[in-house]
Design a protein around this ligand. Sequence first.
Ligand code: SF4
Length: 62
Amino acid sequence: MAKLVVDRELCIGCGTCVELCPDVFELDDEERSFVKDESGCQSCDCEDAIASCPADAISWEE
Ligand code: SF4
């Protein structure tokens, strides 16, 4: 099953993904996003968050 991942090396901590999908993404103490629910949103496929990430840091991984 595919899981959502954030490349923390790329993340610049803009917070866009957290704003769009707060159930899935969260910023940690280092102001970098991490995935708290790898299965993604129940209500969307997080494509907006993936497309809106300025660092291109979010993707689905098989
Ligand atoms: S949208 Fe991208 S750069 Fe911004 S916090 Fe999320 S993962 Fe990081």
